[in-house]
Structures are given as C-alpha cells and as structure tokens.
Design a protein around this ligand. Structure first.
Ligand code: TYM
Length: 333
C-alpha cells in the first residue's frame, strides 16, 4: 500500500536530539522507502503562535531545511516546503475551526503547558494551533503522520475533525483520518537535567538538551553534567520506572545503537554511570557531529535551500489547492 506521509517541524531554532530521535530519524527511514510519498513541512505559521523576530525566523526556516537534509532526507524523493507559502493551509484552518468544537480544544494538554499560568495573555493562535495542524495533514489525504509522543493528542483531534466534517457534510471518507506513526519506545526524549520533563527547545538551560548543531566538546560536557542518581547502572527494566534520568539516558543510547533497552541494560548492568556516560558520549559524537557539520555547511548555501523550498511549495500548492477546491464545493462557496 502506498503510504502518504506528512509531518511538520517548527522553525524555532535549536532542533535537538528529541526532535531527531522522536521524529526526524523516522522521516529519513520513510523517505528511503520508495513506496511512500513523503511531505515534510517547515511549519512557520505554527512558529508565530509565540512571538518571533522576523530575521531570526527567516534564518531558522533555512536552518530547519538544512537539518532535514543533513539528517538524510532527500529533497529529490520528498517534498520539503514551508507552510506559509501554501495559502491553502491558512484557509483550510479557518474552515476546520468552524467544524472543531471548543470542548475538544479545551482538552489539549500542550496548550495548558505552553500557555502556563497566564492563559489570558496567550495568543488565540496558540489555542487554535491543533486546527492548523489538522489542516496541514488533511489537505494532502495523508494516511500516516510520524511524530513524537507529545503530538499524539493533536492527531486524535485531527481524526475527530475529519470525521465530523465527513458526517456534517455527508461526504464519507472525503477527509482521510490519518494514522499516527509513533515509535513504541524512545518517542519521548527527556531533559538531561530532569528526567520527568520533555527535552525541549524552550527550556532555558542549554545543558538540558543536545542540539543538532552542538560541537563535540559541548556534547561530552552535557553528558558529563547530565543528571543521574547515586545508584550504579540498573540491572532490570523494572528498576527504570523509579529512575527517570537513568531510563532516559539508557533510552537515548538504545535508540542511537538500535538496541533494545534490555540489551543495553545487560551490557552495562552494575557498572558505574561514568563508564556508561563515556560510551554514550562517544556514540552521540559519532552520530551527531556529522549531522552538525553538514548543517553548518548547508546553511551557507542559501540559494540551494531557497530553491528546495520554492520547488517544494510549488508541488505542495498544487496538491493543496485541488483539495481546497473540493472543500469549497462541499461547503457551498
Ligand atoms: P515540534 O516542532 O514541537 O517538534 C517536531 C517533532 O519533534 C518531536 N519532538 C520530540 N520527540 C521526542 N522527544 C522529544 N523531547 C521531542 N520534542 C519534539 C515532536 O513530537 C514532533 O514530531 N505541532 C508540531 C508540528 C506540526 C505537525 C503538523 C506535525 C505542525 N503541523 C502536521 C505533524 C503533522 C510541533 O510543534 O512539533
């Protein structure tokens, strides 16, 4: 079966190991399977739900494209574009916001986390952001959406919106309810400073994450300083439930080495954390430094990156406009 893949990443700078292991690594595997039609979107309209410096935003859009390519996405095989260049996304988001219910959005935990205590001051865009995400996905008849675990609830909302639209307008299966592609393990990489918090670009301390543009010394230093507990390395998977930092570091190691958590545990059981951390740093350096070097090389090739976005947005625009035209007809416009 041909899979139609769509996913997005916000161009907010500091793409990190969580983005890579939770999502982008998966994009690369999907891109490499010739059966799949893949679209990877730099979601700049999502980025402006919190304030952005326009110059920085422009730089970050190109850096996100450079990161996709440096990680192994081939722009000849997959469509890469930025959301703002395909106006159907904004328009479909409006139409779908008239289908989605307030009650559904009120349940979104990510809004509660991002808006924090002062919800009154959050932008309307931050609140309605999952509807724009649904528009992104539904415009392309997407069948599968690779994301990290934090986007699961937004995908459920997308499915609800598709179903309600199809029911309301009596157009069975017109909007395709997509399947999430969330890895069973390693779909939520946690902060290096607190194993109960997600690794995130908005976390103040840079020591909490490995950025995909970090240098070797930074990676080694961050792993050295990563929080652990006073016990030696765990000897069973059960122990991990009480030891969030150990669980996270073992998960990162296992994911990078394509090993099961059980295998990693038996490899390091009873050893000191320092020994494990040396090996973890080494594998991170081996995997991340080539990506980091490639990003730094590619961001200098502005014309090349601009051209990828231009060609990608032309292709995406054609597909999205066709779907939008059909939506107009259904709506009675
Ligand atoms: P964003 O930009 O926050 O994150 C991009 C991708 O990285 C994953 N991710 C993580 N995975 C594991 N551990 C972590 N600590 C971690 N942090 C981030 C995210 O799950 C995501 O897959 N709303 C989305 C972007 C979006 C989108 C879409 C995704 C917009 N439209 C349509 C899929 C389909 C977001 O803000 O991702």
């Amino acid at each position: 079966m041909v899979k139609k893949i769509f996913s997005g990443v916000q161009p907010t700078g500091n793409l990190h190991l969580g983005n890579y292991l939770g999502a982008i690594k998966n994009f690369v595997d999907l891109n490499n399977d010739s059966q799949n039609h893949c679209i990877f979107c730099v979601v700049d309209l999502h980025a402006i739900t919190v304030s952005q410096d326009p110059k920085e935003l422009k730089k970050n859009i190109l850096e996100t494209v450079a990161t996709f390519i440096a990680c192994g996405i081939d722009p000849k095989k997959s469509i890469i574009f930025n959301q703002s260049q395909v106006s159907a996304h904004s328009e479909a988001a409006w139409i779908l916001s008239c289908v989605a219910r307030m009650g559904w959005l009120n349940r979104m935990t990510q809004f509660k986390e991002k808006a924090g205590k002062d919800k009154e001051k959050a932008s309307i865009g931050l609140y309605s952001y999952p509807i724009l995400m649904a528009a992104d996905i539904l415009l392309y008849d997407t069948t599968h959406v690779p994301v990290g675990d934090d986007q699961k609830q937004h995908l459920e909302l997308c499915r609800d919106i598709a179903q309600k639209f199809n029911n309301d307008f009596k157009v069975e299966n017109f909007l395709v309810a997509p399947e999430p592609l969330i890895q069973r393990e390693f779909s939520r990489i946690m902060s290096l400073k607190d194993g109960t918090k997600k690794m995130s670009k908005s976390e103040l301390s840079d020591l909490s994450r490995i950025n995909l543009t970090d240098e070797k010394e930074q990676i080694i230093n961050k792993i050295k300083k990563a929080k652990t507990d006073i016990m030696p390395m765990p000897s069973s998977i059960e122990e991990l439930s009480q030891r969030p930092e150990a669980k996270n570091l073992i998960g990162i190691y296992s994911s990078l080495c394509s090993l099961s958590v059980e295998k990693t545990i038996s490899q390091f059981s009873g050893k000191n954390f320092s020994e494990f951390k040396n090996d973890l740093s080494q594998i991170l350096v081996d995997k991340i430094i080539p990506i980091s070097n490639e990003i730094k090389k590619l961001i200098k090739e502005k014309h090349y990156l601009d051209d990828i976005l231009l060609k990608g947005s032309e292709k995406a625009d054609k597909m999205a406009s066709e779907k939008l035209k059909k939506i107009h007809k259904i709506m009675g416009f």
